[in-house]
Design a protein around this ligand. Sequence first.
Ligand code: AGP
Length: 367
Amino acid sequence: FLVDKANYRHFMAKEIHEQPEVVGHTLARYVDMASERVLLPKLPFDFKDIQRISIVACGTASYAGYVAKYWFERLGRVPVEIDVASEFRYREAPLRKGDLAIFISQSGETADTLAALRYAKAAGAYTLSVINVPTSTIARESETVLQTLAGPEIGVASTKAFTCQLMVLAALAVAAGKARGELSDADEAKLVHGLIEIPRLMAQALTIEPQIEKLAREISKSKDVLYLGRGTSYPLALEGALKLKEISYIHAEGYAAGELKHGPIALIDENMPVVVIAPHDRVFEKTVSNMQEVAARGGNIILMTDAKGAAEATIESLVTIILPDMAATFTPMVYAIPVQLLAYHTAVVMGTDVDQPRNLAKSVTVE
Ligand code: AGP
């Protein structure tokens, strides 16, 4: 069907703004709002028999998988391996019959992810895919498909598909925790309640756009940008760096905040902005000490946090972007918004072709 930009300048802007709605649709498919329970189609396996999960994807979808690793391990106490498909398919990962392999793809046509799916099938693993295009090859060849209801994503830089993938994976991780006896009925209700809040919180996060637009003018003067995060904010730091590189062509790197002193701290000077993604969660204090290390070396910090985090992180020369207070587990879906907006507005300032960045294809169907 016909997809247009509505009143937006780019598809990417439209897709960023659609997120509260499409993440809400995806939520409604996988949870029962009234009873606050996860609602999944019948699965061909029981999570309590799963010894190990392998998650395989490329690019942004792999970062959704990386966040999900934290969720499955924390909520379900099940070990998870995460791999980019181009490595997984050739390293002969020793999958066993009865293992669960999860594939994540917006298009469902990514060549490496498809090859990885075929490999896992041949090894006798259960295959479950989180896919936006239900008629795609990966969807057709997977044993179980959990569709993301993001609608058509036109911008080459993935935005709404990512947050919808996170919503599906969050529901699946709660289901895993429940089936494995790690979560009680009350835990499930509390977590699902947190998920139900997400679309509203995402809408609230979108209201910080004017502040981000201003900040983007500063970022556009930089040659390099560093993104830091801990816990589930670490994969989001990787995603932030990828988004900025893709559409603004500014070099960016994402790092686990704790890795800073193992190398990248050597890069810090007054010319390199450091974006720190740090909701006030159980690793917040640790990230604050990493910020102090950056500040002591003259680095310019852009802190994405909540009101509590902003009050506690008393560091000078800090730009603080304040996001809504929320349950700590699912922050990546909400913090994705400022991360995407920062890349988008920086690219607009740079005057690049935001929806069709150079050298990139929406779906990589060749190796
Ligand atoms: C995201 O902004 C990228 N353009 C890219 O990393 C993408 O996520 C990757 O190619 C995977 O695509 P898929 O989800 O269609 O499999």
